[in-house]
Design a protein around this ligand. Structure first.
Ligand code: NDP
Length: 300
């Protein structure tokens, strides 16, 4: 029976099927975004200062969940690498399967994506100074890997297969402005992360260490108040930079897939920035600059 179906028809059917899968994946991303936002507002994802054993005054985590979260952890650096590497390793093979993979505009856009993930998966884990007292929860690793596999699929297929870019795209306002926004966001993100890394390096406890009367003193000694540049305006310029980066990506790709990534990043990082901000206010009650906002200067 199957042998009677002309080969071209089966190929076309497969493409139609994948188009349906791709479009469903995009809609799924948009549908999940409010859930990510709501979950993040309810309880910050339990890694870093919001990890259950940090005891650091995040809006935390009920006692019965604490044991489960804490049981399964891995060393932080290796976890960051594992979490982010799907985007690094799968972009090229998935991209190359696309019908427009030979064209210059999608190739340059894919290179931008890879630039971010070479840094995030390889450079950042090597540079970071994770707390020696706690590892990274496997549950966050698993959700991060799932997200990154989903995301690299939609971005790569959009770039080289489902969205077509004419050669003139490279001089379009969307591409030029989008690339500038992307690079500005990346520089901001890397700069802010570098400041945080340098705080951990030199963290011995000084005027900006948490107040000694803080109930969370023992676990938050390794944090200091970052100062200077954008840190004078917002608590989380690294998250702000990341959001700007993916806004630039959505603009440069001018695609629904790019928009989905941007929206998901906002829904993930904005609530986390609010939780970080709250954490500083609790742990540095008298000295945290009150004029500083969480993530959007002068606004939020
Ligand atoms: P954080 O700002 O929470 O932490 C960054 C690093 O700096 C951690 O190692 C942290 O230690 C340390 N640190 C933070 N604040 C201080 C301080 N006051 N004093 C000393 N050390 C400090 O960022 P994340 O770990 O959540 O994220 C890291 C990077 O990954 C960021 O660039 C972020 O934009 C990106 N990211 C992107 C996401 C996306 O959806 N695209 C999602 C999540 C992250 P510790 O871990 O012990 O707190």
């Amino acid at each position: 029976m199957l042998s009677k179906i002309p080969p071209l028809l089966t190929v076309n059917n497969a493409l139609m099927d994948e188009q349906l899968l791709f479009e469903s994946a995009l809609l799924l991303g948009m549908a999940v975004a409010p859930v990510i936002w709501w979950t993040g507002r309810k309880d910050a994802a339990p890694y870093g200062r919001h990890h259950t054993n940090s005891g650091a005054g995040s809006r935390a985590v009920k006692a019965e969940n604490m044991i489960a979260w804490n049981l399964l952890t891995l060393p932080t650096r290796i976890t960051w690498f594992l979490m982010e590497c799907p985007c690094l390793f799968f972009m090229v093979p998935i991209f190359c399967m696309g019908r427009y993979a030979n064209l210059k505009p999608p190739r340059i856009l894919a290179a931008l994506f890879l630039l971010h993930y070479v840094h995030r998966a390889l450079v950042y884990p090597l540079r970071m100074r994770p707390s020696p007292k706690r590892n990274f929860p496997v549950i966050i690793l698993i959700s991060g890997v799932c997200f990154n596999i989903y995301n690299v699929y939609i971005q790569a297929r959009s770039l080289s297969n489902f969205r077509s870019y004419p050669p003139t795209w490279l001089s379009s306002p969307q591409f030029v402005v989008g690339c500038m926004i992307f690079l500005f966001g990346m520089v901001t993100n890397v700069w802010a992360d570098s400041i945080l890394i340098s705080l951990r390096k030199s963290s011995k406890g000084d005027a900006h260490s948490p107040a000694s009367t803080s109930p969370t003193e023992s676990s938050s000694k390794m944090y200091k108040i970052p100062m200077g540049g954008l840190f004078d305006l917002v608590t989380c310029p690294n998250y702000l930079g990341e959001i700007i980066e993916w806004l630039g990506w959505a603009t440069a790709t001018w695609s629904f897939a790019g928009l989905v990534f941007f929206v998901l990043t906002v829904c993930n990082l904005l609530p986390r920035a609010l939780a970080h901000h709250q954490w500083y206010l609790i742990n540095f009650p008298t000295i945290y600059p009150l004029k500083r906002k969480a993530i959007i200067p002068f606004i939020l």
